[in-house]
Ligand binder design. Structure first.
Ligand SMILES: NC(=O)c1ccc[n+]([C@@H]2O[C@H](COP(=O)([O-])OP(=O)(O)OC[C@H]3O[C@@H](n4cnc5c(N)ncnc54)[C@H](OP(=O)(O)O)[C@@H]3O)[C@@H](O)[C@H]2O)c1
Length: 309
């Protein structure tokens, strides 16, 4: 049985954060969430969440609320050019709040969200101790990871970095985009599709966050993926088999994709095999083991999520 905690959560309205919120509430934790829109605050209040209206780039809107909590989980990321700069500001603010609270003798845990793309193309299977070689899109990330990890070397502040694989489930994210493309009849694959993606089901990922924030000794880096080592082409073929109308699959050379998508194209072209022995040592065991093996279910979740939106 995990202890009851007061958690401050950023990104609760996002893809990863909303799954984390669900898991925290299921676990009986008390959650304070930072949201940007008052309307979203109301929707969360109905679920018993205390919502703080503010913005990552305006620390005074949330530093005080974060300081009162014994767990801080940061999943928000501004999807703009200034995203890395705002993330740095958020990390400084949230770590500051955690340090001030822990200085009063309170144990505090700070969990930061990174991603497996910091590993770049992996040479063999990359465990949590593998060196980082970030793809350009996330070149800024390892510094933020280091800031977080270094701050956790004290006695009362525990810090952890979770590196999710590509998240699946619902209608969002990279796999959600593929499902949408399949429904619309045209799926684009960068290169020949023989590259492998590290993926994780949203609810499984959320379960890892709850374990990391509440296990008394969890700290350091945790990889979260289902370890299916799926080739992109296997995922796309499975989608094509299950789609109501067989979609066209178009292979786009990386240069052409880069011209359209920028460094996001290189991230999608990564070839990764990722292992998470540290996550599994916490008792974490993903319930879904691949995208391709769960396509029927994922199409169903996709439709349900789109209808609810
Ligand atoms: N999705 C994946 O497959 C995946 C895989 C690995 C790592 N990650 C990492 O996980 C994190 C979350 O990703 P996601 O897919 O959940 O993104 P997302 O769906 O775009 O959610 C982003 C969240 O951040 C909030 N946000 C953005 N800018 C903000 C600001 N200035 N102030 C306060 N809140 C702000 C958004 O709030 P609004 O609702 O107001 O927009 C939303 O709740 C990111 O760091 C991402 O790199 C994601």
């Amino acid at each position: 049985m995990w202890p009851h905690m007061r958690i401050f959560l950023t990104g609760a309205t996002g893809y990863v954060g909303s799954a984390v919120l669900d898991a925290l509430l299921r676990g009986g934790h008390t959650v304070t969430a930072l949201v940007r829109e008052p309307e979203r605050a109301e929707r969360l209040s109905v679920r018993g969440v205390q919502a703080v209206v503010g913005d990552l780039s305006t620390p005074r809107t949330y530093a005080g609320a974060a300081e009162g909590c014994d767990g801080i989980i940061h999943t928000a990321l501004e999807q703009s050019r200034r995203g890395p700069e705002v993330d740095r500001q958020a990390v400084d603010t949230l770590l500051g709040a955690a340090i001030r609270h822990s200085a009063k003798g309170q144990p505090v845990t700070f969990v930061y969200t990174s991603g497996v793309w910091v590993l770049g193309n992996t040479a063999g299977a990359a465990k949590e101790d593998a060196p980082v070689r970030p793809t350009p899109l996330v070149a800024w990330r390892p510094d933020h990871e280091t800031l977080v990890l270094d701050a956790g070397r004290g006695r009362t502040l525990r810090t952890a970095v979770i590196r999710p694989g590509i998240v699946y489930g619902g209608a969002a994210g990279v796999i959600g985009d593929l499902l949408k493309d399949a429904v619309n009849g045209l799926v684009r694959v960068i290169g020949d599709g023989r590259n492998r993606w590290a993926c994780v089901y949203d609810r499984d990922l959320a379960d890892l966050y709850v374990r990391v924030v509440s296990a008394p000794d969890a700290s350091g880096v945790y990889h979260a993926n289902d370890e299916a080592d799926e080739r992109v082409s296997d995922i796309v073929e499975a989608l094509a088999r299950h789609a109501k109308m067989v979609p066209d699959v178009r292979h786009v050379p990386l240069d052409e994709a880069r011209a359209k998508l920028g460094p996001y194209a290189d991230a999608l072209a990564l070839n990764q095999i990722v292992r998470g022995p540290r996550a599994r040592a916490l008792g974490w065991a993903p319930t879904l083991h691949s995208v391709a093996g769960n396509v029927a279910r994922l199409f169903e979740e996709f439709r349900t999520a789109r209808e609810a939106a």
